[in-house]
Design a protein around this ligand. Sequence first.
Ligand SMILES: Cc1ncc(COP(=O)(O)O)c(C=O)c1O
Length: 304
Amino acid sequence: MKKSEYIWLDGDLVEWDKATVSVMTHTLHYGTGVFEGMRARETAQGTSIQFLNDHVDRLYRSAEAYNLEIPFNKNVITNAIKEIVKVNKLKSAYIRPLVFLGDGEMGLLPLDIPVRVAIAAWEWGAYLGDEAASKGVNVCISEWQRISPKSFKPFAKGVGGYMNSTLAKIDAVKQGFDDAIMLSDKGTVAEGSGQNIFICKDNKLFTPPVETGALGGITRKTVFEIAKYLGLEIEEKDLTSEDLLASDEIFFTGTATEVVGIVSIDKVNIGDGSVGPITSSIRNKYLEIVNGKEDNFKNYITLI
Ligand SMILES: Cc1ncc(COP(=O)(O)O)c(C=O)c1O
């Protein structure tokens, strides 16, 4: 990780190495926090944050879902996100707002513990590697099931839930794959370890509904809008592993991942084993939007 100079912590700018917490921090023991993953990019107009309001709204929704009352209003957090990119003089950045419980009490009824907020930003390139865009990624179907809506609130980006994602990711990488596809508690496709998933069959796009436990991704939502803009049919639908293997194209979406083609699953090629034309056209449109080059989607980026 390439450290920046400052982290925003509870309203103050603190030097990166001094932004520390007690080992008795509640979230460290029980995973009781929520977070966001966002990106800023250098556009022709200047450094801009993509989908800023969507991410801030989801942060508050996630916090509410897990009984965390953020002690700052949305305006303060929105400005802090912009400030942390600016003050670190970052032209492009990954931004990580984290809402967590501090120290005070232990136990599973953390109602009197201070809710704290950290916002970090640093330079971070392509999550699945530089070659993922052109060559696509090779994935497996994980033995680990995606967290069930009966046990967690998968629509929220809850810290503890990501132990499930790391199990799938580590397992996949240990077996030589780039990432994993996770199935739901019903055995249908849910999503990747940290990405949503789409398939393309006969020029039509499908993605699993969020009821499978998939996160309501902001990139996922954008792909719906891009598909409509490009005149492609798109539908939420339960998908099986067999549907995946019978697809013409498959791709992952996410803020860190962007839009990346999946070219094989468990070593079986998807289509002809290369990134397909629909994946490429969606990826290209996505990049135009987040880089401020698509006038019809200009309101999705915020100049800092
Ligand atoms: C589990 C999971 N699914 C999907 C996504 C994609 O969501 P977004 O497009 O909002 O980044 C992410 C990334 O945040 C994730 O962690």
